[in-house]
Design a protein around this ligand. Sequence first.
Ligand SMILES: O=C(O)[C@H](O)[C@@H](O)[C@H](O)[C@H](O)COP(=O)(O)O
Length: 259
Amino acid sequence: MSTPQIVVHRDKELMAQAAAARLITKIVDAQAARGSASVVLTGGRNGNGLLAALAAAPARDAVDWSRLDLWWGDERFLPEGHPERNDTQARAALLDSVDVDPARVHSMPSADGRYDDADAAAEAYAAELAAAARPEDHAAVPSFDVLLLGVGPDTHVASLFPELPGVRETERTVVGVHGAPKPPPTRVSLTLPAIRSAREVWLLAAGEDKAGAVALALSGAGEVQAPAAGARGSRRTLWLLDAAAAAKLPRDLYPPASP
Ligand SMILES: O=C(O)[C@H](O)[C@@H](O)[C@H](O)[C@H](O)COP(=O)(O)O
């Protein structure tokens, strides 16, 4: 697992634009090397801000959108098309305006009666991930090129909240989440083992309400108390912050070229 690297941008707009530029480059490079790319999307303001910045970036046309697999790190277990679903928001921010292959857009199941509950939905998504994994991935999920995560003020990532059962999961790749402290209470989430199968994990946090969470997760807290601390990529873990979210980082962690 990789050691976190920290990049601090002046404000959240610049952070979103820089992250979008980074993601375009990453996808183009992966497509050049392997023919296709895979990205795991996240919900929240910063994840959607990145997608909106990507939609507005002229370089987005360098991506072959038809050769991109999209997955989600978590989802609110709500009916399809619900405005609070992460995939509904991602479609509005970016996916409706680029030429993605619908068969490669792997939304998490919705609460529309097909699955009894979030646990059954999680099992179905785990099976979809397992079917997409290749032998060389050595895991029950593909080796995603980039997995994006927002960070909550309580240090949650995806729908893995401090001390809840989901963050303690060591076997399953996807779990149903019940009683989440952030509404809606019922969700579906990748687990830390699934997140750690990604080559690169990028965590996004902006605003002063995230400063405590960022400092805690990067200062040696355990992953059960601070789930963001356990989100690491196999090759790279990148924390993309704005200055306000970085404000409480211990000085020795603060990167040299920061504003
Ligand atoms: O399902 C959710 O409720 C969101 O996906 C959530 O996990 C979000 O990513 C973080 O809370 C950070 O949110 P912001 O980027 O809005 O601060």
